[in-house]
Design a protein around this ligand. Sequence first.
Ligand SMILES: [Zn+2]
Length: 504
Amino acid sequence: MTIRFGHYLAAAALLAFLPAAAYAATDEQKKDAYAIVEKNTQTINDIADSIYYFAEMGMQETESTKLLKDTMEAAGFKVEMGGAGMPTNFWASYGSGHPYIVIETEIDALPGGSQTPLEFEHKPLIPGAPGHMEGHNTHGGVATAAAFAVKQVMDKYHLPGTIALNFGPAEEEIASRPFIVKSGAFKDVDAAIYLHIGENFTTGWGLQNYAAIGVQFAFHGKSSHAAVDPWDGKNALDALELMDNGVAFLRQQMEPTYRIHRSIMNGGIQPNVIPDFTKIWYFVRDATMPKARATYDKLLNIAKGADLMTGTTHDVIYQASAWPALSNKAMAQVVLKNYTAVGLPKWSDEEQKFARDFQKAEDKPVIGLATTLPDVGSRPQSTASNDSGDISWVVPAVVYTFPASVPGIPYHNWVAAVTPTSTIAHKGEIAGAKALAGSVLDFMTSPDVLKAAHDEFDQATKTTPYFSLVPDGQQPDIDLDKDIMAQYRPAMSKFYLHKTPRYN
Ligand SMILES: [Zn+2]
């Protein structure tokens, strides 16, 4: 932290010698950025639509990142793949030194989300295949466009610093960012913007969502005939059930903010064999990571108790974790100004009618597409989790959503895969890229904003210092979702768009 702030001061000192025009993002610079985004509309939409049809699940984003790598290298960025031990971890950068601003987002799809675009009925392109039922495909277009526009403005106005872009793998399984943070990728970064599709331009400050820890307990016992000599067995299913009962009894002693949910991965094979192996997977969540961690520690003890009662042993398998996203107020205020400057897309009558018909078909409030920016202020803390949260505890960060979804249509449901290649999404991508480029330019040229952001960050992290949940030596699960993609990719590849998007 101290080191990074030192870099920032050095950058500020350097900036002091530059002409005033280079000291804060001017209207002229932003107009240039907007024009670059607009000029590249087709490229942006092509990137987003291509990724929609790749529809790759976590850690398997090979086609998506190949397209992004080719595009950004052709645009003059240096692209590094494979950071933190994950082949689909994408990091592109341009420029050098400070200020160092990173746009971070993701491009993974969800299982069973395949859908024919623009159809209100459930018509998968390929039954059972993954699909973009949260619109992460749009992130590819918006993030690359903003980074490219910033690069062009940096060149034209000789702005010092570095713009970088990180597509982290497997956001849906909160499986990569804790590893990326642990690898030190953000240690020299001055500020980060976390980009996500939404129904409107929104940002906020304070805790945005929940902490989560995913952990599996695998119990090992001893098999025996369940009728002939059960006394010779050590029942791994009993251990699992006793553990889950222990967790159930714990629930009454929990603070109201907690969440615990679980899935039994392996409960034995058939009743006449005392099982020697079972596995249960928990998600422990809470409003803060220290509270989630305290509950997690209780689960570790409950598992030991289950062993004592049954004579089994067990393994604790770290599966995933996410700190709640801490969004920075000083940065959010800059983002809000950029939302206002760009404004919402001008929706056509057809688009508004489509949205209303869709909302009606899904039994949601028939309100059409967003036409006014939301009220300014802090957003209520969501009980969902996103592993980009970890980044926000090692560098000042702000959440940023752009209007590319139909209001009320729920994510993680095939219905949300209806519009991510529509003109609604396309217009949202352009508006999203403009306000994102403007925000990044403001951060790159406003030492006072970065200082305020760092002061605020220091205060928050002094109260709650970051700790990593990733056990030492733990490797990311890069085979995650490999089998699903192997099963469906051949059929999915028939829908690939075969575009070669290029920025200019
Ligand atoms: Zn998402």
